[in-house]
Design a protein around this ligand. Structure first.
Ligand SMILES: [Ca+2]
Ligand SMILES: [Ca+2]
Length: 468
């Protein structure tokens, strides 16, 4: 790398074209090859960072996510732009931040209209000569956008649980449901992967963009018994929690945690009262292992196909998941557990694979990164390409990860910090160097003022009205 840059420097001297006004900010490297790779685009609904290789929770079994991480580059601190399915997917796929589109939470029926004028990821690759094929939850379940001309050349719709009933159902709170159900092949994700495997066994005269959106581990956690058996109850560990953790959280944060005025009201109290906390964790682990097994079938098929050497793979979860931390379940909050998600990139043009990168990034980076790795022009998208980090994980990085939930509430993750500012001006600040679970809000400590100001400077001045 250094030799290359030194030679490049000498060469530029010989040509007499050293521009004194533009210092070299990026060292060119030969670590990466950019060309029109095929793209396997895998989204896993509600997968947090409880994966084997990240080692965030004991007993997790995700051998195929780990195998992809060993082949590619995994981001330990990757964040969703919004901690809810629809708005986070709207942002990731359109390149528009919530404050640009007005998509701030999951109850906005006009969400798709709000991004319809942006060129989405599949439209971009279609315009650049790719064949676009998709199945499952990529934008959002069954949305017409899937079939709008210019998005997908082919889109396969599959029912989620075709004709199989769980052998029992546990439901400590509204839609917080789980139980063993059927065999792998009875499940929508299995059928979706089958379809994708067929696509990998076909011939194409252009590069392809193949999108697969797996629906597990989203609720309901109905997956075959064998995945529950992989996580015997006596071995299931509960997440680490601090009693009265919410005491130093401002009212809006507490409201998010307790789902006040919502049918999910006080999930955690109800789970604990029903004595189902361990069972709930077991079911989430089971649903994650099920999704992982389907991912494994897909990776096997790619490896055995004619496209094994020239296909880029990106895997992303759409947000994180609380399982009792801060007395909270599900997403719908601005803390680490609700926003931190899986993000792995493998590119055939990238060397030094198997790395885990610690720098915080957000998933708005997917769009510009895919464009750069395939040698295409920069898309009109708000995110920043993380190719410099893929090339060199120690690269200087001045781009924070930003998360938004309901208009006016944001979190910034940069360096060791998470800064949260709610729409009434109340704040939280956590330092992950000594507080990885975000137990101790230090926003009110005088010496933190400058850090808060710096982190707040990344927040938007204008926020689009919320679409309804
Ligand atoms: Ca989701
Ligand atoms: Ca606390």
């Amino acid at each position: 790398m250094y030799r290359y840059s030194f030679l490049a420097f000498l060469f530029s001297l010989l040509l007499g074209c050293v521009a004194s006004t533009s210092p070299i900010t990026q060292v060119p490297t030969d670590n990466i090859v950019k060309k029109k790779w095929n793209i396997l685009f895998i989204s896993i609904d509600d997968l947090n960072t409880w994966t084997g290789h990240l080692n965030n929770h004991p007993g997790v079994q995700t051998p195929n996510v780990d195998r992809l991480a060993a082949k590619g580059v995994s981001f330990r601190h990757a964040y969703s732009p919004v901690p809810h399915c629809k708005p986070t997917r709207a942002a990731i796929m359109s390149g528009l931040r919530p404050w640009e589109s007005g998509n701030y939470h999951g109850q906005q029926s006009g969400w798709f209209k709000a991004i319809a004028n942006a060129e989405s990821i599949p439209q971009f690759f279609s315009r650049h000569g790719y064949r676009t094929m998709g199945t499952g939850k990529i934008f959002h379940n069954g949305h017409d956008g899937h079939l709008t001309p210019g998005y997908w050349d082919e889109f396969k719709r599959v029912k989620n649980l075709p004709g199989v009933k769980p052998s029992y159902i546990e439901e400590p709170n509204d839609r917080l449901r789980w139980g063993p159900a059927g065999n792998d092949e009875d499940h929508g994700d299995f059928v979706r992967v089958d379809w994708a495997i067929d696509k990998l066994n076909d011939n194409y005269d252009t590069p392809f963009f193949l999108g697969i959106g797996l629906l597990k581990p989203h609720l309901a956690w109905f997956v075959p018994e064998k995945y529950f058996a992989m996580h015997p109850l006596e071995k299931v560990a509960l997440p680490k929690v601090l009693e009265n953790d919410l005491d130093d959280v401002p009212p809006i944060g507490k409201k998010f945690a307790l789902n006040v005025e919502d049918r999910f009201f006080e999930d955690h109290r109800k789970v604990v009262e029903a004595d189902k906390w361990k069972q709930g964790v077991q079911a989430y682990l089971a649903a994650s292992s099920f999704a992982d097994a389907q991912l494994g079938r897909l990776l096997d098929a790619l490896e055995q196909s004619q496209y094994s050497e020239n296909t880029l793979i990106v895997l992303w979860g759409d947000h994180g998941w609380h399982l009792g931390e801060k007395s909270h379940w599900r997403k719908h909050a601005l803390w680490e557990e609700a926003t931190n998600t899986s993000y792995i990139i493998y590119s055939p043009g990238l060397k030094n694979n198997g790395r885990i990168i610690d720098t915080p990034v957000d998933l708005m980076s997917i769009y510009p990164t895919l464009a750069e790795l395939t040698g295409l022009p920069k898309p009109k998208a708000s995110g920043v390409s993380i190719v410099p980090l893929l090339e060199n994980e120690n690269a200087e990085w001045e781009h924070p990860a930003i998360m938004t939930y309901h208009r006016g509430n944001h979190a910034v993750r940069m360096g060791p910090y998470r800064y949260i500012r709610y729409n009434d001006g109340t704040e939280e600040l956590y330092d992950h160097r000594d507080d990885p679970m975000e137990w101790h809000n230090v926003a009110n400590e005088a010496q933190m003022k400058k850090i808060k100001q710096e982190l707040a400077s990344y927040l938007p001045e204008y926020e689009a009205p919320s679409v309804e």
